[in-house]
Every structure is written in C-alpha cells, then in structure tokens.
Design a protein around this ligand. Structure first.
Ligand SMILES: Cc1cc2nc3c(=O)[nH]c(=O)nc-3n(C[C@H](O)[C@H](O)[C@H](O)COP(=O)(O)OP(=O)(O)OC[C@H]3O[C@@H](n4cnc5c(N)ncnc54)[C@H](O)[C@@H]3O)c2cc1C
Length: 375
C-alpha cells in the first residue's frame, strides 16, 4: 500500500504516526512539504519573534526521526497537481502513485485587498521561512504595526514589543476580541497591553500602505501611522486550490465525515484544510486529533472524530482571559460585576443560574469556581 500525505504539519505527521502502528511489510509512507523544515510546533513561531526561541528549538520530529521510521520525507517539494482518476500526485520534479492520499496541506493567511501591498517590509506569518524574513526586517525596524487585533495579532504585537519595537495594533472592532469579550473586558485587556508597551487603536479601518520602496505609513480611514514594519494578521483560509475543479466536495474547506474521508473514497483530509460539520477549527489540537483519525482509518483501523470544544481559558499576550457562555445577552438578565485588584469579572445569571462568565486578569481560586456555567 502506498500512503501519500501532503503536508508535514500537525495533521500530516500525526496521521503518519498512526499509519506506522498498522503498517504492513510492504507499505510505503511518503510525506511532502513545500517548507524546508521538518515537523515543528507552528504556534511557537510567535515566540521566535521576540528572539527568545530559535526555530531549530521548536522542531518536534527532525529528519532523522523520519529516516528512523522509514517514512520518505520530501522537504521543499510542492505538490502542484492531484490526478484522482489515475491516483497520482505531481510536483515540479516528479510524480507519485497512491493507494490512499491524505490532504493535510493546512491553510494560508488571508489578506484583504489593501493598497500598497507591493511595498517592502509588509508580511504575514505562517511558516518558519516567513519568520526568518520578518526577524531580519525587525533587526533594522523601529516602528511595527500589526493589522488585526485577534488572538494571533495580539500575541504577535506582544512579542514585537518584547523585542523592543515601538508596536501598535489596529483592530477594526470597537474593542479588542469582540468574539470573546464585552466592551469592558476588551478595554481592560487594552489597558494591560498598553502596560506591556503595546499601543492599541480600535475602530481602525485600514485602507492600505504608503511609502517609497519600503512601507513608511499605514493609511487608515481617518489617520496615518508611521511604520517601517507591518504584519497583517487578518485570518486564514484553507488551502483548497490544489483540488479545486476536481471531483471532491469543497465548501470553505475540504468536506470530511467523522472518519476524515472526503467524498472520494481514497482521499482523506485533516487539519486546517478540512471542514467537518461546517467547522474549520484552524487550531493545533483538533488538527492533531483529526490527523490521528485519518491515519488510523486509512490504514484499516477504526476511529472517529466527534468535534472539539474550544478552550475558553486563554492567555492573551501573557494576560489571563476566561470567556464562556452568554456574555452580551440581550434581555432581562442579572449581571454581577466584580472589579478587584486589576481583575474584571462579570457573571451573567438567568433566574439565579449562571449562564456566562468573563474574567480578565488574575485567576483566583474563587474566580476558577465561577467558570462553571449551566448553559
Ligand atoms: C503563528 C501562528 C501561531 C499559532 N498559534 C496557535 C495557538 O496558539 N494555538 C493553536 O491551537 N493554534 C495556533 N495556530 C494554528 C495552528 O498552528 C494550526 O491550526 C495547525 O498548524 C494546523 O495544522 P495542519 O497540519 O492542518 O496545517 P499546517 O501546520 O499549516 O501544515 C500544512 C503543511 O502542508 C504543507 N503544504 C501546503 N501546501 C502544500 C503543497 N502544495 N505541497 C506540499 N506541501 C504543502 C505546508 O508547507 C505545511 O508543512 C497558530 C498558527 C500560526 C501560523
């Protein structure tokens, strides 16, 4: 049996590890990545921005590991075509037959149509190669602007500030993390970020960038901000282009069932590229879990993915945030607000039952107990 896996990230490698467990004598496992690094812990790229950690330190399985496990690792080899009829995938240099194929090719950064995108020193962060280029630019830069104040944007900004850059985050919403927080919580998080040398501008509609050769300004609807380094963090999209126009069902991601099977019986998908019950998680733990299911099922075992509950306890730029249940509920609900020692706690109750809890700041033991909600 020839197992081919496109993508050497969380989903692809966790699948390979399951296939290894069921491997028969003549089975071959090959894994392709267009990156030049073997499997690494992608979320920790952010820590590498502040220079505290090197990319080499976040590698989970190095080339030797793949060799030892007799997995053919194709580093720096981009797959450009999938031929479902002949069960072949092609790169610029070669082509490979498969019996079972796993699409674990992840996602890419989405960038809105900003003007001035051809200027130098405007980046997105997805890969170790991106990181190296950003860090090189950051060595000479003084003023960084991060476009997008979501979880990732805030972490990036926090690490730029730690590296000594004058850093500003631009968030289009009226307050930070509107999906996770209410206005008061968002404002408190903003205050705490400011204390960590990160400036925040909310209600900020970015139009584009201006400069001679390299970026010099970020142009907003109502003002301009000086910047010699810009990082855009405005979401990700699944890498579906490889199989567009093929006979496989795609929505925003490649549609899969609970066994990670696509609509083609010999093709599986897992991780950021896969859409399960309308959901693309875009985070590490479900990518690992889906990869494990795909690898098990592809190699003849039994497994099912039954969804993933997102954690409501977050650490945002070093600041604790708990956000759970109903927070901005309309209607006749009781609200209990406690502001204590730099911590904001909001408890929403319906007829005495807690239905939502928000905490920004410290977790005391008492606050931990609050995070037990009925709905
Ligand atoms: C900077 C950053 C910080 C993050 N922080 C967090 C966090 O704190 N918590 C969290 O849970 N998640 C976080 N994530 C998200 C998490 O990293 C992803 O959800 C996870 O890596 C997805 O795994 P994957 O295997 O599906 O895809 P990926 O890790 O993206 O791997 C896909 C692989 O496919 C390869 N590939 C793509 N196309 C081709 C092709 N045509 N040919 C060959 N190879 C190809 C890519 O090079 C890559 O190796 C973060 C992501 C980034 C970028």
């Amino acid at each position: 049996m020839d197992y081919l896996i496109i993508g050497a990230g969380a989903a692809g490698v966790s699948a390979a590890k399951e296939i290894l467990k069921n491997r028969k004598k003549d089975d071959k496992i090959s894994i392709f990545t267009d990156e030049n690094y073997p499997f690494y812990y992608r979320p920790r790229l952010i820590e590498c921005l502040s220079g505290e950690v090197e990319v080499e330190e976040i590698i989970i399985n190095d080339e030797q590991w793949f060799e030892d496990n007799n997995i053919n690792l194709h580093l720096g080899e981009k797959i450009t075509e999938v031929d479902l009829g002949n069960k072949v995938i092609k790169s610029n240099s070669d082509q490979y037959n498969y019996d079972k194929l796993l699409l674990a090719n992840g996602s890419h950064c989405f960038v809105p149509p900003f003007s001035g995108m051809d200027l130098e020193n405007i980046f997105t962060l997805r890969t170790a190669a991106d990181l190296k280029v950003i860090n090189k630019a950051a060595e000479k830069a003084k003023k960084a602007v991060v476009v997008g104040g979501g979880l990732l944007g805030l972490e990036i900004a926090y690490n730029f500030a730690k590296a000594g850059l004058d850093t500003t985050v631009l968030e289009v919403a009226p307050y930070l993390l509107p999906m996770q927080l209410d206005k008061k919580g968002g404002d408190l998080l903003e205050e705490k970020l400011k204390a960590n040398d990160v400036k925040v501008i909310t209600d900020a509609t970015t139009k584009g960038f201006d400069g001679q050769q390299s970026v010099e300004k970020v142009v907003l609807e109502d003002q301009e901000i000086e910047a010699d380094l810009v990082l855009i963090s405005t979401g990700v999209r699944s890498n579906t282009s490889l199989i567009e126009n093929l006979d496989i069902e795609i929505n925003n991601g490649v549609k899969v069932n609970s066994k990670m099977q696509t609509s083609n019986p010999d093709v599986y998908a897992a991780g950021d590229v896969a859409e399960y019950e309308g959901e693309i998680y875009g985070i590490w733990p479900p990518s690992l879990a889906q990869g494990r299911v795909a690898g098990t099922v592809m190699s003849g075992g039994e497994a099912e993915f039954d969804g993933y509950v997102r954690s409501h306890k977050l650490k945002v730029a070093g600041i604790n945030v708990v956000s759970l249940g109903e927070l901005n509920e309309e209607g006749d609900y009781e609200e209990e607000i406690i502001v204590d020692n730099d911590t904001y706690v909001k408890v929403i109750k319906d007829n005495g039952d807690k239905i939502g809890v928000l905490i920004v700041g410290q977790y005391s033991e008492q606050n931990q107990k609050l995070a037990d909600v009925k709905r």
